[in-house]
Design a protein around this ligand. Structure first.
Ligand code: ZN
Length: 533
């Protein structure tokens, strides 16, 4: 509680009282968010603050201008639907092959550059912004980061809810609640939902979220909070879209009718008559698409590509895929290219990249080798579902698509290596729990290894029988398996980002918002890693 004299002088904000309180809160509040926000190094963010205030100034100028009316747009909704379909990265007939499969933001360039880093600090708002004093950048930034640190999506509705319902949170961000003695607006009052939305929008449009993310990761690499590794691991993950889709019928190259699910066409204007107004039809949720999961399960959502460091289990980038319907195998290469371009220290150390079977492709492996001098190691994709049952050694019932021979007694044979001279793979019967070969005492001995001694059965299988397996890199080998044990670490990174610091159900539409959401989550994630280090 405030003591009476301080309560009367509103302009001196509560300095001593807050301090002792916050010390207490630091010790009592569960979770890391309070400590991170309390010890927030605002000095590191001054340039971003200046950029934000400049962008805010531009934004206010822009909204004051009225757009000149253009001629009516003659495109019908049905035509727009087709145009938008054939404009997608996953269009049935691709007209423009230079399109990036990864999201590329259209950053609004800053017009004004009057505010500089030296002009901004918490509670100190540059004066050139006419009208009411805007909300403090640092407070708003902390509010979004804190929301994510508490495990909620860093989106305006959630930020507002937490600021309003959690006084300690509002206060550590530098805001206070409405005071009856203070009539009307005060820049330090908890911001309204509209102001939070505007902040988020400006940060997104000006590309500040993206730059903040990059800075957070770079800082952690530069200070040794995370160490460069020799490997990168990647995967994609989906988020449920905040939109519905329609099924669009189209004619393919052979004039045959096909269908594809797509976001509905809409217009971003407030005009009453969309059929005759000058504005362009756009997808109401660009980037959303149908994602096919295992078991033919289909999800209407957005797709993100995640890249991280497997040994430390740290995600270092997350990027929206331009069209969620894009196949996983296509997103990894451009994403690795971007990450190595962003982080020169990683470009020095990375010699191998890991992915699941979506990237098990000889051409793609060659592309990685030739472009970056990096080995692409992907989980084995056998590209056949049936076991091999022809030309098998005696006593062997079948060989699985993954290259494991199964004997008549049902044991999987252990891979031993290659005999290059005869171009064969060598296998041996496994050892039982007693340390002896399972062949000892096996009832199939008469038709299998009747003559062999205690060592158990050894077989060879020719390369020709297992044509689909690359003899230079057989997936049955111990080395291959050892490397691939590091791949699933990316799944834990995804869980961190999707569940611990947010939600996999989006509350906004469009790839701009989706990328901003990923960026905000990653900023919080790296601040958390730094804090725990
Ligand atoms: Zn319009």
């Amino acid at each position: 509680m405030l003591s009476a004299p301080i309560d009367k002088i509103q302009q001196i904000p509560l300095i001593h009282e807050i301090h002792s309180d916050e010390q207490h809160l630091l010790n009592t509040i569960d979770g890391e968010w309070f400590g991170i926000l309390h010890h927030f190094h605002w000095q590191d963010y001054r340039q971003f603050g200046a950029d934000y205030y400049n962008a805010l100034y531009d934004f206010n100028q822009r909204s004051a201008q009225t757009t000149a009316s253009k001629e009516a747009n003659s495109e019908t909704k049905a035509e727009a639907r087709q145009r938008l379909l054939f404009d997608r990265v996953t269009a049935p007939i691709l007209s423009d092959t230079s399109k990036s499969v990864l999201y590329q933001g259209d950053v609004v360039d800053l017009k004004s550059r009057d505010v500089t880093a030296a002009d901004v600090s918490p509670g100190e708002v540059p004066l050139r912004l006419v009208g009411r004093k805007p909300k403090c950048f640092f407070g708003l930034l902390k509010a979004f980061i804190g929301t994510s640190l508490m495990g909620f999506p860093a989106e305006p509705e959630k930020v507002e809810l937490l600021l309003k319902s959690n006084p300690a949170f509002a206060r550590v961000c530098g805001f206070f609640h409405k005071n009856k003695k203070l009539n009307g607006y005060h820049y330090q009052q908890v911001p309204s939902l509209r102001k939070l939305e505007q902040f988020d929008q400006i940060m997104t449009d000006a590309g500040i979220w993206g730059r903040l993310k990059l800075t957070a990761v770079k800082a952690n690499l530069a200070t040794g909070v995370i160490q460069p590794e020799g490997e990168l691991v990647g995967d994609t993950t989906h988020y449920h879209a905040y939109s519905s889709f329609e099924t669009v019928l189209y004619l393919d190259e052979k004039e045959k009718e096909q269908k594809k699910s797509q976001s509905k066409p809409t217009k971003n204007c407030q005009c009453e008559d969309w059929n005759h107004c000058p504005h362009e039809w756009v997808l109401c949720d660009d980037g959303a698409g149908t994602i096919v999961k295992s078991g033919k399960k289909m999800i209407w959502g957005h797709k993100a590509s995640i890249i991280g460091l497997p040994k430390q289990g740290v995600a270092i980038d997350a990027i929206a895929v331009a069209d969620a319907a894009t196949h996983d195998g296509q997103t990894f290469f451009p994403h690795v290219e971007r990450v190595l371009g962003d982080h020169a220290d990683l470009a020095q150390t990375v010699h191998r990249v890991l992915y699941d079977s979506a990237c098990d492709d000889a051409e793609l492996k060659l592309q990685f080798e030739e472009t970056f001098g990096v080995e692409l190691k992907a989980s084995f994709n056998p590209r056949r579902s049936k076991a091999i049952t022809q030309n098998l050694p005696r006593g062997i019932e079948k060989i699985t698509p993954y290259g494991v021979p199964i004997c008549l007694a049902g044991y999987g044979m252990d891979y031993q290596g290659i005999r290059y001279a005869n171009e064969t793979f060598i296998y041996r019967a496994p050892l039982g729990d007693d340390g002896l070969s399972v062949c000892v005492g096996c009832h199939q001995r008469p038709v299998c290894c009747n003559r062999s001694a205690q060592a158990g059965r050894t077989i060879t299988v020719s390369f020709d029988t297992l044509k689909h397996i690359d003899a230079n890199d057989p997936p049955m080998a111990k080395r291959f398996k050892a490397i691939m044990t590091r791949r699933p670490s990316v799944e834990r990174m995804i869980k961190r980002l999707k569940c611990d610091l947010g939600d996999d159900r989006l509350s906004k539409r469009g790839n701009d918002s989706f990328q901003a959401y990923l960026d905000k989550t990653l900023i919080s994630y790296h601040l958390l890693i730094r804090h725990l280090n």
